[in-house]
Design a protein around this ligand. Structure first.
Ligand code: NAP
Length: 390
């Protein structure tokens, strides 16, 4: 019988957070929830508190904290804001912190978890996009593990187990291509947030769904893979694979290719991260390869998906450039969701801000947070003033 692992979840009310809790419910003998952090959805958080009885919880705002405090048992510590999330991430009893906030708010608590000696099951890829070098240095210094939750990185993780790193020739990330893979380009300019969020294969949060439609999600994942597996960007390739069955592949110097396949359900990679090095039942429907019949792979069209090129440019430039790219993407996606810009404006804004960014190399955490703020302000102003690039 495996030892019980204590989990803290950053982002328990999100898509990844809820899938993680479903797995915990399925395996009460393996996991105990000790901390939960959410944003604004206190209704769902309250239900989770009642069911999983954590010791510490946190929400984004002070007002929500007050409401929550009134409703939940008095022995549960109830916190808020960045400091609250940080506290959830460093609880003494936690063995694994599931990092599943969306975007930049995950960086500080995830770094705190690493510094407190916790293993991190990482879904929040933006943490590595913003500050990959610093995060991985802390991982090494503190002797902890990052267990990938992103399905592509979990696939790579599974495909390199038992192999020598120096024998890897290439890592290939697969991308479904999103809902507009075959739509004529002029039509993509007109798509609505609802259409962009309707991913053909995966059910996910809003931000990652829009990023999947622009292929920025794949760009973020290229940067995530660069840091997670310490692999140079020129060894990372992206293939469009519309069926989302092969989650990624590793090519070795003898020409062999290891691929990981599975049903498109995040409970698979989450289960592997939580039970590693064992495996456990995830409850997902096994693949019916004969029913699927055909697997297709093709090169991505970089002209059609400029976000992918921008991500490769950003990682090549290094320093604070990936932080800036990520921050502008977050601002631009929000603006698209508010219907202020079109989907095809997203890469235009990112490119324009990247062009005028003064990169800081060997950046400290302070430099990264500065660059993040600068990029957000600049992108926001550009969108507000209908900058001539749009
Ligand atoms: N969903 C997937 O299938 C998937 C797959 C691979 C990787 N990922 C990555 O996993 C991360 C989470 O994705 P998701 O799809 O689960 O997102 P999501 O459904 O939008 O959930 C995001 C979570 O973060 C919380 N949150 C948002 N802003 C916050 C803030 N400022 N402070 C504190 N909490 C905040 C939300 O709280 P409230 O809802 O309570 O406001 C929610 O719990 C992303 O980095 C994504 O790229 C997701």
């Amino acid at each position: 019988m495996a030892l019980v692992k204590n989990l803290s979840i950053l982002g328990s009310t999100g898509s990844i957070g809820q899938s993680t809790l479903e797995l915990v419910k399925r395996h009460p003998d393996r996991f105990k929830i000790v901390g939960l952090a959410a944003g604004r959805n206190i209704k769902l958080l309250m239900e989770q508190i009642e069911e999983f009885k954590p010791r510490v919880v946190s929400v984004l705002n002070e007002d929500d904290r007050r409401v929550l405090k009134r409703e939940i048992p008095g022995d549960i510590e109830c916190l808020h804001g960045v400091e609250g999330a940080r506290n959830v991430a460093v609880i003494d009893e936690a063995n694994i912190v599931v990092s599943a906030f969306v975007g930049a708010p995950g960086l500080t608590p995830t770094l705190s978890a690493i510094k407190a000696g916790k293993d991190v099951a990482l879904a929040n890829k933006e943490v590595l996009v913003m500050a990959g070098r610093i995060v991985m240095e802390e991982v090494k210094k503190n002797g902890v593990r990052i267990l990938p939750v992103d399905s592509e990185h979990s696939a790579i993780f599974q495909s390199i187990e038992g192999h020598r790193r120096e024998d890897i020739r290439k890592v290939i990330l697969t991308a479904s291509g999103g809902p507009f893979l075959y739509m004529p380009r002029d039509k993509v300019r007109e798509v609505t947030p609802e259409e962009a969020m309707a991913h053909p294969n995966w059910k996910m949060g809003k931000k990652i769904s829009i990023d999947s439609a622009t292929l920025m999600n794949k760009g973020l994942e290229v940067i995530e893979a660069r840091w997670l597996f310490d692999i140079q960007p020129y060894r990372i390739a992206v293939y469009i694979h519309p069926q989302s069955i092969v989650h990624s592949m590793v090519e070795y110097i003898d020409g062999s290719m290891m691929a990981q396949m599975g049903t498109a359900d995040m409970k698979g990679p989450i289960a592997y991260a939580l039970s590693y090095p064992e495996r456990m039942d995830s409850g997902i429907i096994p693949l019916d390869l004969c029913g699927i019949g055909r697997l297709e792979f093709m090169e991505p069209d970089i002209d059609r998906f400029p976000c992918l090129r921008l991500a490769f440019d950003a990682i090549k430039e290094g320093g604070t450039m990936t932080t800036v790219m990520n921050a502008v993407d977050e601002v631009a996606v929000e603006a698209f969701l508010r219907r202020e810009i079109s989907l095809t404006d997203i890469p235009v804004v990112i490119d324009a801000v990247m062009q005028i960014h003064d990169i800081r190399k060997d950046s400290s955490l302070e430099d990264i947070l500065d660059a993040d703020r600068w990029a957000r302000d600049t992108a926001f102003e550009m969108i507000k003033s209908r900058h001539r690039v749009l």
